[in-house]
Design a protein around this ligand. Sequence first.
Ligand code: ADP
Ligand code: ZN
Length: 525
Amino acid sequence: MTAAQDVLETVFGYPSFRGQQEQIVDRLIAGGDAVVLMPTGGGKSLCYQIPALVRPGTGIVVSPLIALMHDQVQALRLAGVRAEYLNSTQSSEERDRVASDYRAGLVDLLYVAPERLALDSTRSLLSSAPVSLIAIDEAHCVSQWGHDFRPDYLALGELGRIWPDVPRVALTATATRATHADITERLGLQGAEHFVADFDRPNIQYRIAPKNEVRSQLKELIEAQRSPTGEPVAGIVYALSRKRVEQTAEYLNANGITALPYHAGLDAAVRENTQSRFLREEGIVVVATIAFGMGIDKPDVRFVAHIDLPKSVESYYQETGRAGRDGQPALAWLAYGLNDVVQQRRMIEQSEGSEAHRRAQSMHLDAMLALCESVTCRRQQILRYFGQESGPCGNCDVCLNPPETWDGTVAAQKLLSTVVRLDRERGQAFGAGHLIDILRGAETERIRSQRHDELATYGIGADLTAVQWRGVVRQLLAAGLIASRGEYGVLGLSPLSAEVLSGDRVVLLRKDTMEAAPRARKAAA
Ligand code: ADP
Ligand code: ZN
């Protein structure tokens, strides 16, 4: 038996590795670097915990989730692992004790918050004893395309220079191709082996519906989800605000559905009680803000419903992923309306943080919208987002009920021709807003100064509104027929664009979202 297998069984009590765990563990034990992309719940922790125990020295785990550190360390201690953490919630006496244990070689795994690792004092402490490996959890934080771009994470790029002989592993559940490349570069992991897990959850049926009377839509949905014997089933309803959580739970209860609200504004005791009822009783629906679900491992959640638009495909995937962990059929349902878009754009505009951060958020939202407006299989879209190609699934609303479409080939050609002309004639590239201005023949300062009113495509798209054009752009992005590149959301050609331009590919666009589009302008005004 290998040392890794032995640790897996005797320390963690599992008979076998899952997915790519074994290859990742072997790679790290042998001293190589790795980049790991695995969905939440996929079992990332063992990938670094086991090599840390097998190799001599202390394994350093960098994690931004300070709130979870205590629990993680506690769980490891119960398994007999000498685990410790260093973060800002500790007293200095406590940190001193951890430091002296570390120096004495009494620590197997040390969890460190990124802001502590940025301190010289922490680095010299860590250099005072052998390090077995360095794991960087939630590695998307290092990327400007990630959700919580943190300056402290950038400093992690130096770790490879400080400890050139120590294997490093970066792990994340949320990475598009752009993020993935960014992580690899910024962490100096060019020599790492990449492990990308299968993100497909075949037992989850994805359904995205236009939002009308969302609460009664939700009620009907929940009633339709009863078990074969008519019993209510467990589910989670996600909403963006506390108020909507409260109101929705009240509404469901008034309609005979046992629903408990859950959000950060409730007492800790109330929240704990909700969690334990959800875990232990049958058929409880929890209406929650995104705060609910982290660390909850309930296998038989039969549905996850979103009554507000998630902020990104990553969050959507992660939240819907809490359904059907037992492998039995489960439903992921989302109601989406144009007000969601208006509201979220406003939230992004008003949000704190850098311009780059707002731009990243805006791109995340666009990708989410593209998924909502997709005319092709939802699962295919989601998997493509994570860099995985697949065929139509036969188990999503689009596959089961193909939406009404219109032929957007000519519109797509107009847009792509504009992209080509700008690129060819001037070596420049622009974002969607400016391209749409050109197509619609707008008279803006930018158009005049760039002399874009002299382009052959100037004004040839006046038959569609700006909002409809944005719908076209989003759907082309979703289908991979146009590419968004660079940090300014600039539009460029994709490998498939040529087929559209040559007329070899028909572009079908959704009718429903296009018809609804002009109303969005009124709502926004
Ligand atoms: P992630 O960090 O990827 O979200 P975790 O490392 O927390 O996932 O693992 C998710 C769950 O799967 C945990 O309950 C963990 O104990 C369990 N698990 C991980 N690997 C295995 C395995 N090889 N066999 C059985 N259970 C496993
Ligand atoms: Zn499908």
